[in-house]
Every structure is written in C-alpha cells, then in structure tokens.
Design a protein around this ligand. Sequence first.
Ligand code: BES
Ligand code: MN
Ligand code: ZN
Length: 483
Amino acid sequence: MELDISFGDAVAASSGDVLIVPMFAEAAWGPGGDWVASQIAGLDAYLEAGDFTGKAGSTTTVPAGDGLPFTAVVVVGLGDEIDAEGLRQAAGSAARACRKFATAVTTLHLVDIEDAAEMVAFGSCAALYNFESFKSEAKPVAMEALVLAGAGGGGDEAVARALALVHGVGLARDLVNTPAGAKPPAMLAARAQDIGAERGLTVKVYDEDEILSEGFGGLVAVNSGAANPARMVVIDYAPTSATKTLVLVGKGIVFDSGGLSIKPAGGMETMKTDMAGAATVMGAIQAIADRGITLNVKAIMPFTENVISGHAMRPGDVFTARNGKTVEVLNTDAEGRLVLADGLSLAAEGDADLIVDVATLTGAAKVALGTDIAAVFGTDQAREMVVEAAKAAGEEMWPMPLYSGYRSHIDSTVADIKNTGERWGGAITAALFLKEFAGDGEWAHLDIAGPARSGKVSHYIPKGASGFGVRTLVALAEAMAAQ
Ligand code: BES
Ligand code: MN
Ligand code: ZN
C-alpha cells in the first residue's frame, strides 16, 4: 500500500509504464479517452470487437503501441453513471490490472465527482494491499507510483485524506490477517501504544491485575481458559477545541474456539478474525487522528482469546460485569457479548455523545444479511446516524430492530441475565444483551460477522480481512464534528 501518489502534467504530456483511462457505458470515453484513442490506431474498433463497452468495474489491457510513451493502456469501465463508491471500485479494479507495472498515470480523478482524487487514491491503494509477513518468499506489488494527470479532483488535500483512511483500513486488515498465535493481547496492546505514541494520543492498558481490580468480570471470565493474559486497551484522541465525544468499543477476541461450547473444526478456521471489531476501532481512531478531525474519540478494546483449559469458564457459570449486572454463561461460544459488556460499561461511564460498538458477534447476522452487509442496531438516532455515515462512506449496512419482545429470551433464573436466547433472531438477542450495558444515551451496535472477511478479491477488497467499518466510523466522526 505504499503507493506514491502525486499530481503531474496533463495526459498528453505524461509518460510511464501504464496509462489508465476511463470509459463510460456504451463506449463513451471518460476524461482523456478521446485523446488516447486518437493516439492508438484502431483502438475504438478493437474494443468494440472485443465487446468492451465500459461496463462498471471491467478492465482491459492493450499495448500502447509506438504513439504513446507507455508500455500499455488499461481501459476501465465506469458504467452508466458514476458515484463516489463506483469511482473507488473502478480505481481499485484498474490498480489491480496494473499491479505488474511500476509507474501508472491516470485521468480517473478528472471524472466529475467531488473530491474524485480522494476516491481514486483510496481505491488504488486499498486494492494493492497485500499481506506477506508470513510468506517465506514475498511477491511485492510492482506498482510504486500513480500520477494523476492534470490538476483537479480536490488536489493534494483529497489525496492526503485518502491516505489517512487507507492506512487505517490497512492497519485493521493487517491486525485481522495476523495469525492468532502471533497477536496475543499484550502484543496488540503494545501496538496500540506505538500508534498512540506516534500521534500524541493517550493510551491506557489495563493488565490482568487491573482487569480484575477494575471489575471487568466478562473479560476475566472469557480469559480464564487462556494461557495468554487479557488486556483492556483504551486509546484517547482529544484534540483541542473539540466539544463532542464519540466512544468506540471493539470486540477483540484474538481467537474464538468457542470455549467448552466448542466450535466444529471448520467453524474455527477463520476465527482469528474475531478481533475485527477491535481492529476496526483501532484503524478508525488512527485515521481520525491522522485526518485531524475536531472530535474527542475514545477507542475501547477488550482483548483475549476464547480457548479451553482446566481453568476455562463453564456453561452455567456466573460472573459480575463492570456495571454490576450478573451474567449466567450458558454458551461459552457467545463470548463476544461478555467482553463487550465490560467495554460498553466503561464507555457508558463517561459523557459520550454517542457510543458505537463493532463486533463479529453472531453467525445469525451473517445468515440474515450475507457476507457483504453489516447489521446495525441501536437507539433510533444513533442507528440512523451510522446508516447515513455508511452510505457516505460506501459501505453496506442495514438497520435492524431491537425488538423488545425477544428480551425475555435472555432472562436467567439464577442471574440478572443469561448470554444466549433461542436460535432464531440470534443477532437481535445479542444486541438486546449489549443494550443492558450501553447506558441510557445514544448507542449503536454494528455486527460485522459477515463483511469483516472477504472470500474473494473484488475491486479494492482483497481476499481475507476487508478492513470493513473503518470508513463508516471515520465518516461518522466527520459528521459529528461538523454538527
Ligand atoms: N465469533 C462468533 C460469531 C461469528 C460466527 C463470526 C461466524 C463470524 C463468523 C461468535 O462468538 C459466536 O460464536 N456466536 C455464536 C453465538 C451463539 C452461541 C449464541 C453464533 O453465532 O453461533
Ligand atoms: Mn463465539
Ligand atoms: Zn466470537
């Protein structure tokens, strides 16, 4: 993702390894396209014969010939109508088509969209992400530089905004892609401290003794089977002159075996992803700080693995959460809500204007909305704010009901509440459980069990960790700062 992005001369005066030009539906050239077509004899006829007509996200690579100071030209389709997300995706598809070339030049940022350069920079960089820390032989992406040919699209500021976001998304992807064995809670806490130190943010790490003494009973319960001690990590970004406060809480289950209510082998394969909520929150606060958004933001991340030993919590055990409520654990695989109970309790102690938690919480959310869409629960206003921010950011999120009729499903006979209801409506009862710890103010809960990972490469999303949610949280922070 360390692509160097800069503005250069207009396309007719530029050179490089590959030139990316856009085409709208029905073979209507976008910015620079007519000029390119005038330099490559027979290009229009060739594309037409190949049925390349500018379908959104499609690409085709042609030799540049003798007329142009490039090796190849990549034509990328924009479809009938282009919007910000379409442009990010087109830039992503084009960048992937160009990954073997060192230097690329494009006119995509001249498409008529506000801050188009931001979308082009984001889509290109996010698409070129690759995770090679655990490969014995790395195959780095060849592309080093992308030149935006001609001024426009919002200029350097738009590019800087994109890069702040890309680095936040990249951080979230890296953390999720890292194998569970290589990211024990103490290591993730150290990473948070590094991120904070680089930016002058306050980072508080509760170690195992403080987790006990501070009453984080859910985190203690989930951690009880693990050899690696838990950590509660809190990052604070408090820019001068900020008046409002957003508190983010992320599920940080480094690995979810299910505990004694053990998962089948197949269900565990991707469970290093179960700290994606915390990774999203960490990526978001980093990007918010890097963008210098005028808003107080706190990121709360309870980290532990959910594994088995003679010390592990048992079905039927009861613990007391940070806010004093007692919880009966009937299914140790419903562990995310237990650590979030403590995280949300802590969040509710401050004077937050809005609390948002993010979690790979339930398979039921994945069943309901599939792998592309996150479920959004919460108070009416908070839920609407999050859905609006998601729309602005180009992420798929859908409002879900906090139906109080299901609240009785989590009534316990021995404690104040139990951690599982019946199978049906499992994403809703999970959200109803969290509500008990979120206080009386505005609160939203994002269940990202589906979109936290991608099973395939598409436009700017790689296979594996997607970094989903970072952009929505940053857009939300911007909206709150502008209020
Ligand atoms: N981490 C899982 C949820 C999950 C499942 C995320 C699949 C991504 C993909 C969570 O801790 C869990 O196990 N939830 C249970 C809850 C149940 C026991 C009430 C589930 O969804 O099955
Ligand atoms: Mn689980
Ligand atoms: Zn889990």
